[in-house]
Design a protein around this ligand. Structure first.
Ligand SMILES: NC(=O)c1ccc[n+]([C@@H]2O[C@H](COP(=O)([O-])OP(=O)(O)OC[C@H]3O[C@@H](n4cnc5c(N)ncnc54)[C@H](O)[C@@H]3O)[C@@H](O)[C@H]2O)c1
Length: 314
């Protein structure tokens, strides 16, 4: 932070997530300025810059890291680049918000965590659902003991994605091991299972690739795809709770973008079940931000953190 308490952000990767989520979010923060949009595709950087009145663009992320005016970066590139760019950013003294999944395998993630911890800089992974009012309320209920012992956790992230080639998301070399449905959205479920219930000790899982080749949009050309279209796993948590998880990109239309999370205590207290059913309602709508207000969560859980430093909690 150089002056006037303004935090200057550099976007590295200026594609969908920076356009739909990060940039509109930063625009709501009075002490944040998006100073630089970087994308390896010039046109993408320019389009994002135009949409959000970002004064500078570049196609070379080193220009972001070498810029002394930049305080923090968002790493929102294909997954295979997260490690290199995040580590270089930390070494350049920039705070880092890295998109999920953190790395493409456990070894990469461990290295990144170690370097981030040693850096003393603020860093976070973009597991956004932790900030959804329903999840924050659920966390409060669990931590306060209101739900008693959690014995079972069940989560689904169901999508319908067009049957076309999905670019880097269809290639494990770019998206990471299991970089399909599991790596793309299953990581969110694992994150809030960790957040709400605790560490997972053991899993029994499957992944399935239904379409080993996908057509490139607008052509008759097919590309090989080696990531999963669906995954499922049974889990056992360190604290003895059990879990069932399901993710898919190929559910029928009526299930489109529906996400259901349920958690309950199996000791028969009806009051707990009725609280949880209200949480379902809220949580199922988190992908539709405008719906969040229409669903029930105590007011104080609708308020979000306002200091960047609070992200350290993630
Ligand atoms: N937190 C969430 O809920 C959420 C949701 C969607 C995507 N994501 C994550 O965000 C990341 C980006 O996803 P997206 O949907 O925006 O993909 P995208 O393909 O739309 O955007 C990625 C951008 O990175 C650019 N890029 C590639 N190499 C680069 C480099 N060396 N330097 C600078 N830019 C480079 C590409 O040109 C592209 O514009 C992924 O890691 C994805 O998993 C997270």
């Amino acid at each position: 932070m150089k002056d006037n308490n303004i935090i200057r952000i550099g976007l590295i990767g200026s594609g969908d997530i920076t356009r739909f989520i990060h940039s509109p979010g930063f625009k709501l923060c009075p002490n944040v300025q998006i100073a630089l949009a970087c994308d390896s595709v010039q046109e993408t950087a320019e389009n994002t810059a135009r949409m959000f009145e970002i004064p500078k663009v570049t196609t070379n992320y080193h220009e972001v890291l070498d810029n002394p005016e930049i305080d923090a970066v968002v790493v929102a590139t294909p997954n295979s680049l997260h490690k290199t760019i995040s580590i270089e950013a930390l070494e350049s003294g920039k705070h880092v918000l890295c998109e999920k999944p953190l790395g493409i395998d456990l070894a990469e993630c461990n290295t990144m965590v170690e370097i981030a911890q040693k850096s003393g800089l603020v860093n976070a992974v973009s597991f956004i659902y932790r900030f959804a009012p329903a999840i924050r309320y659920l966390k409060y209920l669990i931590d306060s003991g209101a739900l008693g012992e959690i014995r079972h956790f069940r989560a689904q992230y169901l999508q319908r994605v067009p049957d076309i080639f999905l670019g880097w998301r269809s290639k494990s070399s770019l998206a990471g091991a299991g970089g399909g449905a599991l790596g793309d959205v299953g990581t969110h479920l694992i994150d809030f299972a960790h957040y709400l219930v605790g560490e997972i000790d053991a899993v029994s899982a499957w992944t399935k690739t239904f379409l080993p080749q996908r057509r490139v949009a607008g052509t008759n050309h097919f590309e090989d795809c080696d990531v999963d279209d669906a995954a499922g796993y049974l889990a056992e948590f360190t604290n003895g709770a059990t879990g069932v998880f399901e993710v898919s990109r190929m559910v029928p239309e009526e299930e489109l973008r529906k996400m259901i999370t349920s958690m309950w205590k199996l000791t028969g207290q009806r009051v707990v079940r009725s609280i949880i059913s209200r949480i379902h309602l809220t949580f199922r709508c988190v992908q539709d931000c405008h719906m969040m207000k229409k669903n029930w969560s105590p007011c104080r859980f609708l308020m979000l953190f306002c200091k960047f430093q609070d992200l350290r909690a993630v």
